[in-house]
Design a protein around this ligand. Structure first.
Ligand code: FAD
Length: 293
C-alpha cells in the first residue's frame, strides 16, 4: 500500500525510522530492532539516506529486504546530495525495481553537515521540491517530504518555511514528516500556517525519545532544533544517571506524543537510531490512542 492510502484510512499512523548500518554487527542490531518493531504492526517504517550518498546501496538494500522479507511497508529516503539528475533517476529506478513505491524526497545536508553551505551538483537539483517533481515524473510513487516546526536553519522565517512546504505539496508531495522537536505548539503552529495557505497535506510529527543528553545537544546545534528549558531542566536534573535520563526522555516523548495526537496530529513517526526499546516503550504508553484511532 502507499502511505497516501494508509493515512487516508483515518486511523492514527505509527511509524519508525532506521538508518542503514555500516558493519555486520550493526546490521544484526538493525534487524533485531526491525523484527521487534514488526510485532507492533506499524503503519510503515522508513530508511534514511546517508550523507553524500555514502549509504546509497545500503539504503536500497535494507529497504528492499524490508519490502521482501517482512510484513512491513517501507519508505526509502532519497537526497539530492552529490547526485546528478541521471544518478537520481537510477536510484528511483532501483527503488521501483525493489518493489518500493514510497519515497521521502529530501534535499539533504551539505557534506560536512547542516552548518555548511549548500552547493548543488552541477547536473543535479537544488531543492527538494524539484526532487518531488522528478520522482512523480518517473512513475506511480507516493512521495513524502520534510517539514520543520522549529524552522529550517537556512529559511528566512517560519512563513517562508511554510510556503516551501506548500510548494512541495503542489509539486505532488502526499504528506510530510517533521524534524524532531519538543514543543507541541510549534507543530500546531506549522500545521495552522500551512492550512492558512490552503494546503491540507497530512504532517506527521517526528519524535525521538532522548536517552542521552550530549547527543541531543549535538543534534540541536546541528539542526537548529529548539531545546526548551522545560525539557533541558528535567534532563539536566538527572544527568549522570543513564537510567534516569532514559526514563525522563521516555516520559517527555510520551507527554509530547499524547498532546500531539489529542490535538489532531495524524500519527507519530519515531526516530529509533536502530534501537527499538525506547520507542517501543513510548508506543506502548500511547495504546489508548491506538485503540481510539
Ligand atoms: P528543501 O525543501 O530543499 O529546503 C532546504 C532549504 O531551502 C530550506 O531552508 C528551504 O526553506 C529553502 N528552500 C526550499 N525550496 C526553496 C525554493 N524554491 N526557493 C528558495 N528557498 C527554498 N537528510 C539526509 O541526508 N538523509 C535522510 O535520510 C534524511 N531524512 C530526513 C527525514 C526527515 C523527516 C527530515 C525532517 C529531515 C531529513 N533529512 C535527511 C535532513 C534534510 O535533508 C535536511 O534538513 C536538509 O537541510 C533540508 O532538506 P529539505 O528536503 O527540507 O530541503
Amino acid at each position: 500500500p502507499t502511505i497516501r492510502e494508509l493515512l487516508a484510512a483515518g486511523t492514527k499512523s505509527f511509524s519508525f525510522e532506521f538508518f542503514p548500518p555500516k558493519t555486520p554487527e550493526a546490521e544484526e542490531v538493525l534487524w533485531r530492532a526491525i523484527r521487534e518493531i514488526e510485532q507492533l504492526r506499524p503503519t510503515f517504517v522508513s530508511i534514511t539516506y546517508g550523507a553524500g550518498g555514502s549509504t546509497r546501496d545500503g539504503t536500497i538494500r535494507v529497504t528492499e529486504r524490508v519490502a521482501q522479507d517482512t510484513s512491513l511497508t517501507p519508505i526509502g529516503h532519497l537526497t539530492c546530495v552529490a547526485h546528478s539528475r541521471d544518478e537520481l533517476r537510477s536510484v528511483i529506478g532501483a527503488y521501483a525495481g525493489a518493489g518500493v513505491r514510497n519515497v521521502l524526497a529530501l534535499r539533504g545536508d551539505p557534506p560536512g553537515g547542516p552548518t555548511k553551505e549548500w552547493i548543488a551538483h552541477p547536473d543535479g537539483l537544488n531543492h527538494a521540491v524539484e526532487l518531488v517533481s522528478l520522482v512523480r515524473e518517473l512513475g506511480d510513487f507516493c512521495v513524502g517530504v520534510a517539514a520543520f516546526p522549529d524552522k529550517h536553519p537556512e529559511a528566512a522565517d517560519l512563513d517562508a518555511d511554510a510556503r516551501v512546504l506548500v510548494a512541495k505539496a503542489e509539486a505532488g508531495a502526499d504528506y510530510a514528516i517533521t524534524q524532531m522537536f519538543f514543543r507541541a505548539d510549534d507543530y500546531f503552529r506549522l500545521v495552522d500556517r500551512v492550512a492558512a495557505l490552503g494546503c491540507e497535506m497530512p504532517i506527521l510529527p517526528g519524535i525521538m525519545p532522548v536517552t542521552n543528553v550530549k547527543q541531543i545537544q549535538r543534534m540541536a546545534e546541528l539542526t537548529g532544533m529548539a531545546l526548551p528549558t522545560e525539557v533541558t531542566d528535567r534532563l539536566y536534573a538527572v544527568d549522570g544517571d543513564p537510567a534516569a535520563v532514559r526514563a525522563v526522555g521516555i516520559e517527555i516523548a510520551t507527554d509530547l506524543s499524547d498532546r500531539l495526537l489529542a490535538g489532531g496530529a495524524p500519527g507519530i513517526h519515531f526516530i529509533t537510531l536502530n534501537r527499538s526499546t525506547a520507542t517501543r516503550e513510548v508506543f506502548q504508553n500511547l495504546q489508548s490512542h491506538v485503540a481510539a484511532g
